[in-house]
Design a protein around this ligand. Structure first.
Ligand code: FA5
Length: 339
């Protein structure tokens, strides 16, 4: 058996030396040194030899294995350093080249508009409030006079969490928190992120921004509400925009209105953003329902209020003529650099 082992060893040394690439080298390793390779086959035959022959054949086998493994390692290292050298030749950075200039970041268009609206309402005496994104059922629904069987509570719209918590579906819970914290008379806005388990399309996101507004005082009327809505829109668009007011139903206001804006992306002729209707729902609003004032700890016989829930993300789309809501949270620098 010893001559066969020695013949295999010298043939394998030649094959290792001739291997042109790592794949060819690996084939030799598997065929000779591998678990099912030729050396292992010789190992299996050892049991059939006499005790004396087994010792000498065992020595020959071990010495062949040691020298083949060494030859394999040397060749493998040679391939690795050749690959490294090639990378070093091709991939390099000249750290001595002076920088081309620092590219400054900029505010996201949504943040820009939010800042503008905040300063507008701040100048009108409104407090700017914040509320939690993880809400309780009480603040998101019950306190807003939304009954347990209302479709808005449906599993399809609300991301429910454990322990009766949920991701707020609108910024309206901050109305209740604002009333409880500040009491009447009250002027507040609350911008923030909201979440809905919705199909995403050019005008609907599952995560978007709203801006809640509320005023509570004695003798608040629809005229006050319309004044602030007009001030808001002319402050943002700085020109006349075509709007329409229609009755809208929200359990937390009575009466309730939907204020739609003529789609600025298509000029009202119809496109995917306005679902080919020419109008975009932007600013639902109304006079605060007495039950909501009560939930906020305010006596509805003494005070009245109005509230609105601006679709901030949609407003940004109208202001900058953005034809798909998904651009806004895409993180795509080609889009963001335009602002
Ligand atoms: C509400 O969320 C009420 N809380 C608003 C409100 C507040 C009414 C106070 C009365 C008084 P609505 O579900 O219609 O209402 O959403 C308000 C606005 O958010 C819509 O007009 C729209 O501009 C925007 N909006 C709604 N769903 C989405 C969505 N999936 N993606 C982007 N914007 C949306």
């Amino acid at each position: 058996m010893i001559p066969e082992i020695e013949a295999l060893a010298s043939k394998t040394i030649e094959r290792i030396a001739a291997a042109e690439n790592p794949e060819a080298l690996e084939t030799v390793r598997v065929e000779v040194l591998g678990r099912k390779g030729s050396l292992a086959d010789f190992g299996k035959l050892m049991g059939k030899l006499s005790a004396e022959d087994r010792v000498s054949a065992g020595k020959a086998l071990n010495s062949a294995k040691t020298s083949l493994e060494a030859a394999y390692e040397i060749k493998k290292t040679a391939f690795e350093s050749a690959a490294l050298n090639e990378r070093l030749q091709n991939e390099w950075l000249d750290l001595t080249i002076p920088p081309t200039g620092i590219l400054p970041g900029s505010l996201h268009p949504l943040t820009q508009i939010q800042n503008e609206i905040e300063s507008l309402f701040f100048s009108l005496g409104f407090a700017i409030l914040d509320g939690p994104e993880v809400e309780t059922e009480f603040y998101n629904f019950d306190a807003l006079n939304i009954p347990p069987d209302h479709p808005a509570r449906d599993m399809q719209d609300t991301f429910w969490l454990e322990g009766g918590h949920l991701l707020r579906t609108h910024t309206s819970p901050v109305q209740i928190r604002g009333m409880q914290r500040l009491g009447p008379p009250l002027r507040m806005i609350a911008p923030g992120r909201v979440f809905r388990n919705e199909e995403v399309d050019p005008s609907h996101e599952h995560t978007f921004y709203q801006l809640e507004g509320m005023m509570v005082d004695r003798d608040v009327s629809v005229a006050n509400l319309l004044y602030f809505m007009k001030t808001l829109l002319s402050g943002i668009f700085k020109r006349d925009v075509t709007v329409r007011l229609r009755p809208g139903f929200f359990p937390f206001v009575e009466p309730g209105f939907e204020l739609d804006i003529q789609c600025m992306v298509c000029g009202g002729s119809g496109c995917p953003v306005c679902k080919h209707s020419g109008w975009v729902e932007l600013l639902p609003c109304g006079l605060t329902h007495p039950n909501v004032l009560r939930a906020g700890g305010i006596d509805p016989d003494q005070y009245g209020g109005f509230a609105f829930g601006l679709g901030l993300t949609r407003l940004v789309m109208m202001r900058y003529l953005i034809d798909d809501i998904r651009w806004l949270q895409s993180g795509d620098l080609r889009f963001l650099k335009q602002f």
